[in-house]
Design a protein around this ligand. Sequence first.
Ligand code: NI
Length: 166
Amino acid sequence: MVLPILEYPDPRLRKVAARVGTVTPDVARLVRDMAETMYAAPGIGLAATQVDVHKRVIVMDISEGRDELRVFIDPEIVRAEGEAECEEGCLSVPGYYEKVTRAASIRVRAKGADGRPFELGAEGLLAVCIQHEMDHLEGKVFVDYLSPLKRARLAGRLRKKQRLAS
Ligand code: NI
C-alpha cells in the first residue's frame, strides 16, 4: 500500500522515532508499504517518520535497476569518519536540493527485514543516504543544516507554493 508522505514543515516530521525491538508481522508490513511508497514516489530512501509512523525503520534503494532494497531497523552508527559534501533532496521537501556536509564513511549496525542483525560499512551516496534517513528518525530534516539565509529563501518558496495551491 502506498502511504502518504508528510511534507516539510509538517510538525510530525519533528517526532523522535521509537526503537522497534522485535520485528513483528506488523513491522514487516510497514517495511513492505514503505518500500512500495519509496518506489512509487520515486525516491532512493524513506524513513518511517515521513509516513507518520514513529518507529526506527528505514528503506533504501540506490541501485540503478531499482532492485536492491535495503532495510535498516533500529540502525545505529558505530563509526563515522571524514567529511564529504553532497547535494541532497528529500521526498518531504519536493523539488528542493542543497549541499550538506556529512561523514564520508560510516559503519552502521541494524536489523534487516527478517530481524537479523547485520553491520555494514558505507561510503559515497550510500553513507549520505543512511545518515539522511537516520536524521529523520531523530526528527531532523536536511534543510536544518542550511544557513539561515538559505532557510529563509526556502520558507519564502514554500509560502508561495501554498498560496498557489489554495
Ligand atoms: Ni528525507
